[in-house]
Design a protein around this ligand. Structure first.
Ligand code: PDD
Length: 289
């Protein structure tokens, strides 16, 4: 359980951290968020997360709740008060509090800001990387702008719940063309029968993952051939390897898709070699005072 949470200008004990009932984040999911990993007391690629936050806000014509340096300061302060060494820092920005009405409040109101840090179980994290994980596939049911990191995640929640009930850690969405778009909270990758590393190009059907960028860098460093294109479920089932990427997992090999074993059922050489240089291609910044 986190100790403290930053809510709208104040650092509050977790039990008292609350927002107004008419916050538009709660009423309409009219809000965006970021999840930035902390490893060994350092933020991973925080600048890229803040770039993406600015983009998400811009797409919804919302303003940054604080200047970028001030927001970074709050994230550092929350991480420091939480004594965070390995975990995640969540930033959520809402359009603010106003009487319920779908259209934007006029005049505009002060945006809401929540920053919360959570320690992760490093053993579970390492186990997912070394043992691999199972995924299921589900029909793509999300809205048409999943490239914006909004908190409108109920389709993702239902997919993840279905995965959990099937003993899997992730659900991969399959669109009406038979293409895998991405996971409910991660990007999807395969190594096909020709040995090419394939992940979908960052179009409007996926979130452009920050871990995805670092993984691309790791692939370039290891001279692994990368093709950015959509791939089908049939290709994934025939693949030599598969893995997922996200701030929560970094790179996690996928060893089962539905009832199908991927490759020989163990993390493959490409995922392993990417993991080996992944932590060297990330930009680090201190996550404390
Ligand atoms: N999820 N796709 C979706 C739908 C996601 O929610 C995420 C991240 C990603 C990977 O993005 P990144 O590499 O920047 O973490 C892709 C976060 C971790 C979450 O919602 O908890």
């Amino acid at each position: 359980m986190p100790r403290i949470v930053y809510v709208n200008g104040r650092y509050l004990p977790y039990a008292r951290a609350a927002v107004h009932v008419e916050d538009r984040g709660l009423q309409f999911a009219d809000s965006v968020y970021e999840v930035c990993a902390v490893r060994g007391g350092r933020f991973m690629d925080i600048a890229k997360h803040l770039d993406r936050l600015e983009r998400s806000l811009g797409e919804l014509t919302m303003a940054m709740p604080l200047g970028r340096r001030a927001l970074e300061h709050v994230m550092r302060e929350v991480a420091a008060r939480e004594r965070l060494v390995n975990g995640l820092v969540y930033v959520q920005v809402t359009r603010g509090v106003a009487p319920r009405n779908h259209a934007f409040p006029v005049p505009s109101v002060r945006p809401g800001l929540i920053v919360l840090a959570r320690t992760r179980n490093q053993d579970d994290h390492t186990a997912r990387q070394t043992d691999g994980v199972a995924v299921i596939t589900v029909p793509e049911t999300r809205w048409a702008r999943v490239d914006i990191k909004t908190t409108a995640l109920v389709a993702n929640v239902l997919a993840k719940e279905q995965a959990a009930n099937a003993g899997a850690v992730e659900a991969w969405f399959v669109d009406t063309d038979g293409h895998i778009t991405e996971g409910s909270s991660s990007n999807a990758w395969i190594v096909n029968t020709d040995g090419a590393l394939i992940t979908r190009a960052a179009d409007r059907k996926i979130l452009a993952g920050i871990t995805r960028i670092a993984t691309k860098k790791a692939a370039a460093a290891g001279e692994i051939r990368l093709v950015e294109r959509a791939f089908t479920l049939a290709e994934a089932l025939a693949a030599r390897e598969a893995f997922l990427t996200s701030a929560g997992n970094d790179i996690a090999p996928v060893i089962r898709i539905d009832d199908h074993t991927v490759g020989d059922g163990r993390p493959g050489p490409v995922a392993k070699s990417l993991l080996q240089c992944f932590y060297d291609v990330v930009d680090y910044e201190p996550a404390g005072r």
